[in-house]
Design a protein around this ligand. Structure first.
Ligand code: PLP
Length: 433
């Protein structure tokens, strides 16, 4: 995070008490004073001093249509006045049912059922547990899991286990279940990756393949080809392996299509969603599965029941926000806005590629990433933080991943606002080519 203590400004009571009482995520302790945001509207945060910042990372990859979009705000208010929360086992409510039907229509492949949870990590946990119990219910022994190197699937134990082993998971390494990690497929390693995949599958106990389709987010906005992933999914499916697409970050237009899996020739069996699902304003997770998986839980007795649920499963406020977000996609031609952002990013990326010596510039959909190419790079490398500080001084909020920094803006951003951000980025790279 940007260091807010550069000025000698006296800390406000809120910030002082924050430092006393609050423990923030992914934040080394003791923490630098956080920025106190008093308002978020469309593309902008406003802090307690009245300073405005462009939210160029969609508030940690969640916001889609801009902050406080009136249609979403109204939908939540209206829902709150009718039913703010009701139990979701044995009971249902219209917002959840409508949302489930709409999501199933939108998702690629033939998805049959939707299971609600709270966030991205729980959506992934549900996906893994569903697949594991599918084999159990079918009387098959296939406990093996394949995941990709450098993956991030969340911070709960199951989702950490399928993620990369690194500084974030180190303290828990003894407690994580073991997973086979495959290299992210590239044109160069394709044949060796496919060979390794086939070797793992020949052992026979692999039941699950989980991946972030097309873009690995927390792993540094690493991008890879749909074609290569499709090939891996096809091979896995031919061995009866359940393929889980973690679209928690890539879902809802980030990669240029509604879902990254839309770009795959072979579709996953399970898709995990969260982050942008509610337009980025309420926590909600969702795991969709194909019919053959659901069918394995179908039984008159309770021995095949999926015993999983969270207190706030199917929360009506979150479902109402999600429905409102889908309305906006339809009413405001959001996919067109996404295409425009993608084209604008690509032109800028092309321009910079001709100028930069030490940086790789990557673009996929609305995500534009810059990676500093140096052997001393890694999460703790300082160059990303330098970029973040520089942009922050110019009123732009980004959040680097070590030697990588990136733009992942809400779709309400205008070409003029993008040009402003690009101009600041060009200034930064005048110092760091
Ligand atoms: C953010 C993220 C998660 C975890 O979601 P939370 O809501 O933070 O629990 C899981 N998978 C991917 C790909 C993510 O980007």
């Amino acid at each position: 995070m940007p260091n807010n203590s550069t000025s000698d400004m006296k800390l406000s009571g809120i910030v002082e008490n924050d430092l006393r009482f609050v423990w923030h995520p992914f934040t080394a302790q003791p923490a630098n004073p956080p920025v106190n945001i008093v308002s978020a509207q469309a593309l902008y945060y406003v802090d307690e001093h009245g300073k405005k910042y462009i939210d160029a990372i969609s508030s940690w990859w969640v916001n889609l249509h801009g902050h406080s979009h009136p249609h979403i705000v109204n939908a939540i208010a209206e829902q709150a006045s009718k039913n703010a929360h009701s139990i979701f086992s044995g009971f249902t409510h219209p917002s959840a049912v409508v949302l489930a039907e709409r999501i199933l229509q939108l998702l690629p492949g033939k998805m049959d059922k939707v299971f609600f949870s709270d966030d991205g990590s729980t959506a992934v946990e549900v996906g893994i547990k569903m697949a594991v119990q599918y084999f159990e219910n079918r009387g098959l022994r296939k406990p093996g899991i394949i995941a990709l190197e450098n993956a991030y699937h969340g911070d709960t134990f199951g989702s950490m286990s399928v993620g990369a082993r690194n500084v974030f998971t180190q303290a828990f390494s003894q407690l994580l279940f073991s997973v086979n990690h495959l290299p992210v497929p590239t044109k160069e390693n394709k044949s060796s990756s496919i060979e390794l995949l086939n070797r793992l599958l020949s052992i026979g106990d692999i039941g699950i393949f989980i991946f972030e389709p097309l873009v690995q987010g927390a792993g540094g906005m690493k991008m890879y080809e749909a074609e290569l992933l499709s090939e891996m999914i096809e091979i896995c499916k031919s061995h009866g392996v359940i393929c889980i697409a973690d679209e928690v970050m890539t879902g809802f237009g980030r990669t240029g299509t509604m879902f990254a899996s839309d770009q795959l020739n072979v579709k996953p069996d399970i898709i995990c969603l969260s982050k942008g699902l509610t337009g980025g304003v309420m926590p909600l997770g969702l795991t969709a599965c194909s019919k053959f998986i659901y069918d394995a839980f179908f039984s008159v007795s309770s021995d095949k029941t999926f015993f999983h649920g969270h207190s706030f499963t199917g929360n009506p406020l979150a479902c109402a926000a999600a429905n409102a977000s889908l309305d906006i996609f339809e009413k405001e031609n959001t996919i067109e806005k996404i295409k425009l952002i993608e084209e604008t990013h690509q032109r800028f990326a092309e321009k910079l590629r001709g100028k930069l010596i030490h940086w790789e510039v990557r673009c996929k959909g609305t995500i534009l990433a810059f990676e500093y190419q140096n052997e001393s790079s890694g999460y703790l490398s300082a160059i990303g933080a330098k970029a973040a500080e520089f942009l922050f001084r110019h009123g732009i909020l980004i959040r680097p991943l070590g030697n990588v920094y990136y733009l992942l803006p809400p779709y309400c951003i205008t070409p003029e606002e993008l040009q402003y951000i690009y101009s600041i980025i060009e200034k930064f790279h005048a110092e760091y080519p």
